[in-house]
Design a protein around this ligand. Structure first.
Ligand code: GUN
Length: 292
């Protein structure tokens, strides 16, 4: 089996972005500026946002983090979003999910100016994605598409089984892989918690995209010989042998499927770094759109 090295690939793409930012700087152009809003103290969210800022720094972007207490009201958060919408220094921004229960994530997403929605979550951008019109693609699906593309893994005519139907991964990646295009033209099955006989679906898959949030759920016995397995899961499991008391594992039992798969993504070091890189690509695009 070949391991898909998301870290190496993301480094390669970040070098390309850095070169472009250097060119822009040399031309006295607009340096891309990404802002992230984080609410509360969710450790996973804090770690993701930290990674986004670190990667922004690496490619020469400006970045701003706005951190708010978890008691912030929905109205106050929307005020912050309006401020970012109107701040011409900021090219793109994200509101890290999940949000506290008293805040409706749909209202928050709707408040974001679609031109600055570098997560690609706004219905306007989601709609454009579904119609195949140029837009910001949601970061995780975009990262997966870049991975398949750069590893020359063909999706044309393949049976793709997506496990999970979330708005940020399962649903958009299903649409993107079914559409016409170089990474596309696949026959896609979306599976979820109400799917009957998931095992039979998985067994027929040439490509599996696992995005369910269950540690080590997919095993060798579930997959076809030679399948490509893309693992979107990032699950914390207790591990007292680690200093921080946990380790990260995917939705796929990587060691178990290794002898049977043709390609697979490890966790960590697979899809995760590509998600961040896709966000950078969208921010670069936002910045270029602005200076047009
Ligand atoms: N939470 C988990 N994934 C994401 C993401 O891609 N963007 C945002 N904003 N929040 C997330």
């Amino acid at each position: 089996m070949l391991s898909i090295d998301g870290r190496a690939l993301s480094k390669e793409i970040k070098t390309e972005i850095r070169e472009e930012v250097d060119r822009i700087r040399a031309n006295n152009g607009n340096i891309p500026h990404l802002a992230a809003v984080i609410v509360g103290d969710n450790p996973a969210s804090e770690s993701y946002v930290k990674n986004k800022v670190k990667s922004s720094d690496e490619v020469g972007f400006e970045s701003t983090v706005i951190k708010k207490d978890e008691n912030i009201s929905e109205e106050e958060l929307i005020e912050i979003i309006h401020g970012l919408n109107n701040n011409s220094d900021v090219d793109g921004f994200i509101v890290q999910l999940p949000l506290p229960r008293h805040i409706d994530p749909d209202k928050i997403t709707l408040a974001i100016d679609p031109a600055k929605d570098v997560d690609g979550f706004h219905p306007y951008n989601f709609g454009r994605m579904a119609l195949g019109i140029d837009t910001y693609l949601p970061a995780t699906p975009y990262g997966i598409v870049m991975m398949l593309d750069r590893y020359n893994i063909s999706t044309e005519g393949k049976q793709v089984v997506v496990v999970g139907r979330s708005n940020i991964v399962g649903m958009p990646i299903s649409i993107m892989l079914a559409k016409k295009g170089k990474v596309g033209n696949a026959t896609v099955t979306i599976t979820h918690s109400r799917t009957k006989n998931l095992e039979a679906q998985l067994k027929k898959a040439d490509i599996i995209i696992a995005a369910i949030g269950r540690a080590n759920y997919i095993k060798a016995e579930h997959i076809k010989e030679g399948a490509v397995v893309i693992d979107v899961g990032i699950n914390r499991v207790q591990d007292e042998s680690r200093k921080r008391g946990y380790r990260l594992v995917g939705d796929v039992d990587y060691e178990d499927i290794k002898p049977k798969a043709s390609y697979a993504t490890p966790v960590p070091g697979g899809v995760g770094p590509m998600t961040v890189t896709a966000l950078l690509m969208n921010t670069l695009k936002a910045s270029k759109n602005k200076s047009k």
